[in-house]
Design a protein around this ligand. Structure first.
Ligand code: F6R
Length: 268
């Protein structure tokens, strides 16, 4: 059951509608300007990163800026959101995904990359999750967090039911999430049942948050997250309690909120 009594929205998150390439080009430029600002201050920029299809246009835009000399990852530290537990090989790991789609193509030092460890037992996973939360805190916290969203409103692997005060921990994957992953894994039986994920509170501690969603399958979750009640039934709805969250949507993902113009920045 949703408990809305203690989690009041501060304001609906802002949302932007355009083609994914345009939205991600602007977001990549924003990240580059934050990186330069941090560099001038002698600090590191700490990015929280997601896997899946949603951030791919952003990663392509970031790579393009690095190739043009407009962005360097040398003073960037990264933390990924999550990782499956008990993978039999590295093929489906988020570590492989991140190296293939971003890290191998930019000037980041391996020591500045933080990936949720791939572990095989739940015992190892509990310790790894606690260590990961500590490493985020020790880095000074996440400046900018990138998120996708599940059809069920999950962020990271915070599935429906995830508490607002959750930190990095072991989670059981929702049937919807496992079904959505089944094609990539070659069948539902091969999809892991558990993962380690940053918690809702871990995510909400980020100074700014950018959620990317493309396609009509995300429209209901997007609408409920921005305008629905705040609570664990739709974990992304907790983003309404964050002071600096933006949703970046293509027109299909924005179908449910199209008629609502309040707080929107419509580009296309
Ligand atoms: C990935 C993650 C997930 C995905 C979400 C959307 O690290 O934490 O929450 O962001 O499942 O996945 P895609 O982008 O593949 O639709």
């Amino acid at each position: 059951m949703t408990n809305n009594s203690t989690h009041q929205p501060s304001q609906p998150p802002s949302w932007h509608v355009d083609l994914p390439t345009n939205l991600c080009f602007r977001l990549a430029n924003h990240i580059a300007s934050l990186q330069r600002q941090k560099e001038q201050e002698g600090k590191r920029l700490v990015l929280g990163l997601a896997t899946g299809s949603s951030p791919l246009p952003l990663y392509r835009a970031l790579i393009s800026l690095v190739e043009k000399g407009m962005l360097s990852f040398q003073n960037i530290t990264t933390f990924n959101l999550d990782e499956y537990i008990g993978l039999s090989d590295t093929r489906h790991s988020y570590e492989t995904f991140m190296w293939d789609n971003l890290f191998s193509h930019v000037d980041i030092e391996a020591s500045h990359i933080h990936l949720v460890p791939r572990v095989t037992t739940l015992k190892e996973a509990h310790q790894a999750a606690a260590d990961y939360e500590e490493a985020i805190a020790n880095s000074g916290g996440i400046d900018l967090q990138i998120l996708g969203i599940g059809r069920n409103g999950h962020i990271g692997f915070n599935e429906p039911g995830a508490p607002a005060d959750s930190q990095t921990r072991v989670v059981q994957l929702d049937p919807v999430t496992r079904k959505d992953a089944s094609e990539a894994f070659g069948g539902l039986d091969h999809v892991p049942t558990h993962a380690i994920s940053m918690g809702i509170q871990t995510i909400l501690r980020a100074r700014e948050i950018h959620l990317l969603a493309w396609g009509s399958a995300k429209a209901t979750a997007v609408h409920e997250s921005i305008y629905g009640p705040v609570g664990s039934d739709v974990p992304a709805s907790f983003l309404q309690t964050h002071a600096d969250t933006s949703f970046h949507l293509d027109s299909s993902a924005a179908t449910g909120i199209e008629s609502m113009t309040q707080n929107a920045v419509k580009v296309a």
